[in-house]
Design a protein around this ligand. Structure first.
Ligand code: PNS
Length: 161
């Protein structure tokens, strides 16, 4: 039984995140998509909204035999992952610029909890420039975000405007 945690802010979930989850389903028996509760950030969507949206968009994922669930967590990721008896943490890497920070996190997490491996996965090239931060920025400036996020996400973002 291979269980992975896919942690992140998911504010909002993008098609790049979904691409990683779908790829992860080929490697793991179970993936827990874990939304970070971060009181320091002012989010677009609340943690509850992000979890609700994730559960909704995951319905369209081709998951094979992989079990997918959505949860939120506070504090240290490795502590949460160990409590959930996960074998791995999944992170998506789009470009070399992501790698430096991700490597630091992976090595720190390994030091804190050597039993959990970080698995880096690459999304499809068409999502290599897609980030939640840029999606919010261009959306707030009036641009279309069709194709970057699932239609449900775009609709929920319009409701907030
Ligand atoms: O989607 P993001 O914002 O890039 O995700 C970052 C996340 C949630 C993976 C990272 O901030 C995290 O793990 N936070 C939990 C606190 C923690 O464990 N910090 C030490 C990381 S080495």
């Amino acid at each position: 039984m291979r269980r992975a945690i896919y942690p992140g802010s998911f504010d909002p979930v993008t098609n790049g995140h979904l691409d990683i989850i779908q790829r992860g389903c080929k490697l793991f028996d179970e993936i827990i998509i874990a939304v970070l509760v971060n009181p320091e950030k002012t989010p677009f969507f609340s943690v509850d909204e992000r979890c609700e949206i994730l559960r909704d968009v995951l319905k369209q994922i081709d998951r094979g035999n992989c079990k997918l669930s959505v949860d939120s967590f506070e504090g240290l990721l490795v502590q949460y992952a160990a409590e959930r008896q996960a074998n791995a943490i999944v992170r998506g890497i789009r470009a070399i610029s992501d790698y430096e920070y991700e490597l630091q996190m992976a090595l720190m997490n390994r030091r804190l909890e050597p039993s959990i491996e970080t698995v880096f996965m690459m999304p499809a090239e068409i999502y290599s420039y897609v980030s939640s931060r840029l999606v919010k920025e261009v959306f707030n400036l009036g641009a279309r975000i069709e194709g970057l996020v699932p239609p449900i996400v775009e609709a929920r973002m319009r409701e907030k405007k």
